[in-house]
Design a protein around this ligand. Structure first.
Ligand code: HEC
Length: 172
């Protein structure tokens, strides 16, 4: 029994020492121009989803999806989010892929998550990624408007879709 405990203590000390040398010896990769492995992405996404499921209040979006609110949400998106998540042209942008982990191109396909989930991610941000906590700079009403816009991206009402095209300066 004594040997068994000594073995565990030794393994723990070796692990902590190894981690210390790895970090302080400068061996840790800290660059962002790398692609996260599929295992890392899977684990991080599962942990993020589980945390949001557990911590976010599961409420309805209090902002009605009127044309005016969706247009407002679109403008807020274009001003604050498009630089990382892709512009209103709904094409992938290069900067979004330059983050580690990359910024998801949220307008390309749209988001499956419920609105309360998206709202929570936007409001509180995602630690140790490029995703800021927008609750520090935007009101809840504005965050719900952006959320409504993101959730409606694949079925924008005609007036909102027209505004989106106008914002691109083309009619295609
Ligand atoms: C400086 C770059 C940057 C800006 C600006 C930014 N984000 Fe992000 N965002 C990120 C990154 C990077 C991630 C990925 C985090 C991750 O992988 O866990 C992310 C994640 C997200 C997610 C989670 C997507 C998912 O996987 O469910 C949402 C939603 C989101 N951002 C919305 C927004 C909105 C809305 C805005 C504007 C109000 C915004 N972001 C502004 C970089 C940014």
């Amino acid at each position: 029994m004594g040997k068994f405990i000594a073995g565990i203590v030794f393994a723990l000390v070796a692990f902590v020492l190894g981690a210390f040398i790895y970090a302080r010896g400068g061996y840790m990769p800290v660059n962002a121009d790398a692609t996260p492995s599929s295992l890392e992405r899977w684990a991080a996404n599962k942990a993020l989803d589980a945390a949001i499921e557990h911590q976010a209040p599961q409420v309805e979006n209090p902002i009605p999806k009127t044309d005016a609110n969706l247009i407002e949400g679109m403008k807020l998106y274009a001003m604050n989010c498009g630089v990382c998540h892709g512009g209103l042209d709904r094409k992938r942008n290069v900067l979004g892929g330059a983050f580690y982990p990359p910024a998801p191109q949220v307008l390309v396909r749209g988001l499956d998550d419920p609105e309360w989930h998206i709202f929570f991610a936007i409001k509180h941000g995602v630690r140790l990624t490029g995703m800021p906590a927008w609750g520090k700079v935007m009101s809840d009403d504005d965050l719900w408007k952006v959320t409504a816009f993101l959730k409606t991206i694949n079925q924008l009402p005609p007036a909102v879709e027209q505004q989106r095209r106008q914002a691109l300066g083309s009619s295609d």
